[in-house]
Ligand binder design. Structure first.
Ligand SMILES: Cc1cc2nc3c(=O)[nH]c(=O)nc-3n(C[C@H](O)[C@H](O)[C@H](O)COP(=O)(O)OP(=O)(O)OC[C@H]3O[C@@H](n4cnc5c(N)ncnc54)[C@H](O)[C@@H]3O)c2cc1C
Length: 421
């Protein structure tokens, strides 16, 4: 029998795997993080072409409890209002932070900045072993452990064994396929084109979500006159769209968005993502748990993917640390509790996102009028708007209690600072 090499092995060190590695190692588990790419932890100037992500107010609470908010997100742009509208229709709704009694509905942060700061903290963390440039292969379940082979450049390197294997290996999740976990896939036949754009008027903290016949368009506040754009294009029109000159692309954006931000004057590099909903039929199998994009990948229409994954991360941490003792993290009862507890929030977000994309798609006039009425109605019916806002803020479900872990992280940070000084 292969001897245990760690308590928890995390396959994939993206936003979700990296956050889990930090929290679980701080909780006292022996953790191994396996990531094929090298993420750089050195600071470098932010670029106009940087890809950004919207973090909800709920995500800020979780990241703060994990001791990851301060310094991690740098100087995030603050979303104080969300303006939701439909092109060609009068109906729109506006969500305000002040109505919720909070300073912000969300924050916009360059993803690379989060990863860089996260990796800066993982470096040299006690209890954490990093394997960069490697992948885990041939997972085999036994009653009390999962064994695997560590592979580098396709060559077998060594054997590993852990109590819990967390598959955070992204949308295509090789581990999910190796375990035979099936997925439900809705192909939206749309592609998201991401780019940063410059505009004439300051955004004043407003994030825009605009539904058009061609698909949704989101503009998130960045610098004073810079917005992060998520522009959806029908898959069969992508080639023609990418062939447009910069001026033609800005004109196309202007037609779709209008002049609320004045004229669009510049656009950075474009990155594309095919859009599909991929939802796993099961989140765990034996001692393997799927997390983040490996468990479910959503349409980015209202920026819910990482925010939902962070609530999963927090719930898993609460489950694993609630009794103040380090339990067998792969115990069937713990994983079943976690999955049962998270199912409702996960499925609510899947439905919310999928319904939003489908409802605002297509050119049928009757449907279109109903949608406009829906937005107007939403703006006037306070309880409905409250629900919609809390969903967007990541506050629609209970946030897990991470107080014991938060205290532990504070003690660890203080001890590290003492050793360093
Ligand atoms: C256009 C767009 C806009 C978005 N905007 C938002 C937003 O505003 N707000 C929000 O909350 N969410 C947003 N999301 C979703 C968000 O990006 C994802 O939820 C998040 O990146 C998921 O992180 P992850 O760590 O699960 O996956 P990933 O970031 O994909 O990381 C997976 C990691 O696994 C590694 N890996 C791959 N193969 C293996 C292997 N065999 N073994 C081990 N590791 C492996 C990869 O190298 C990678 O580091 C957006 C998504 C898109 C596409």
């Amino acid at each position: 029998m292969t001897a245990l090499t760690e308590d928890i092995c995390i396959a994939g060190g993206g936003l979700v795997g990296g956050t889990l590695a930090w929290a679980l190692a701080n909780a006292g588990y022996q953790v191994r993080l396996i990531e094929p790419q090298a993420y750089v932890s050195e600071e470098r100037p932010l670029l106009i072409n940087e890809r950004s992500i919207a973090l909800s107010a709920g995500s800020r609470v979780i990241l703060s409890q994990l001791g990851l908010w301060d310094g991690l997100a740098g100087e995030p742009a603050t979303i104080t209002d969300v303006h939701v509208s439909e092109k060609g229709r009068a109906g729109f709704t506006r969500l305000h932070a002040a109505e919720q009694g909070v300073p912000a509905l969300g924050y916009v942060v360059p993803s690379s900045l989060i990863l860089r700061r996260l990796y800066g903290r993982l470096d040299g963390l006690a209890n954490l072993r990093m394997e960069v440039g490697a992948v885990p292969a041939m997972p085999a379940q036994q009653s009390d452990r999962v064994t695997y082979r560590l592979q580098r450049s396709g060559e077998a390197d060594s054997h590993g064994a852990c109590r819990l294997l967390l598959a955070c290996d992204g949308t295509q999740s090789p581990l999910r396929s190796l375990l035979g976990i099936e997925t439900r896939r809705n192909d939206y036949e749309q592609v998201a084109v991401l780019a940063n754009v410059q505009c004439e008027k300051p955004h004043q903290g407003v994030a825009y979500e605009r539904f058009t016949d061609e698909g949704p368009l989101a503009l998130l506040p960045l610098g004073e006159r810079h917005m992060a754009m998520v522009y959806t294009v029908e898959a069969d029109q992508l080639e023609a769209f990418l062939a447009l000159s910069e001026a033609q692309m800005l004109a196309s954006l202007q037609r779709r968005f209008g002049y609320r931000l004045g004229r669009f004057t510049a656009i950075g590099d474009r990155v594309t993502f095919p859009l599909a909903l991929i939802d796993s039929s099961a989140q765990s199998r034996g001692r393997v748990l799927l997390m983040g994009n490996a468990a479910r990948t959503l349409h980015p229409v209202s920026g819910q993917g990482f925010n939902l994954a962070l609530r999963d991360v927090a719930a898993l941490l609460e489950t694993l640390t609630k009794n103040g003792v380090l339990e067998d993290p792969g115990a069937a009862s713990l994983l079943a509790d976690f999955c049962a507890q998270r199912h409702r929030d996960q499925q609510n977000v899947v439905r919310f996102t999928d319904t939003l994309v489908r409802a605002f798609r297509g050119r049928r006039p009757l449907f279109s009028h109903l949608r406009a009425l829906g937005l107007q109605g939403l703006d006037h019916v306070t309880p409905l708007k409250q629900i919609f806002t809390r969903h967007n803020m990541g506050m629609a479900s209970r946030l897990p209690d991470l107080n014991p872990l938060q205290a532990q992280i504070r003690r660890n940070n203080a001890a590290r600072q003492k050793v360093a000084s």
